[in-house]
Ligand binder design. Structure first.
Ligand SMILES: [Zn+2]
Ligand SMILES: [Zn+2]
Length: 69
């Protein structure tokens, strides 16, 4: 079972069950429509983010690479 544990923008925990309205991360989700993530949602590690012509890639040293969508 995969659940988001940490906000991938601010690194703060999100409620179990995933992001929800009123959890305080609305601004993060709005920003994330424009920005790459900064933290791994599973382990809260800082990710290595590279902006590419097509968007971005973000790599967690433990969980591998994340891409938009
Ligand atoms: Zn957040
Ligand atoms: Zn990770």
């Amino acid at each position: 079972m995969e659940t988001t544990t940490y906000c991938d923008r601010c690194g703060e925990p999100v409620a179990s069950g995933g992001p929800a309205p009123g959890d305080g991360h609305e601004t993060c989700r709005t920003a994330r429509a424009m920005e790459p993530p900064r933290y791994c949602a599973r382990c809260r590690r800082r990710m290595i983010v590279q902006v590419t012509p097509l968007g971005w890639t973000a790599r967690c040293s433990r969980h591998g690479e994340f891409t938009p969508g």
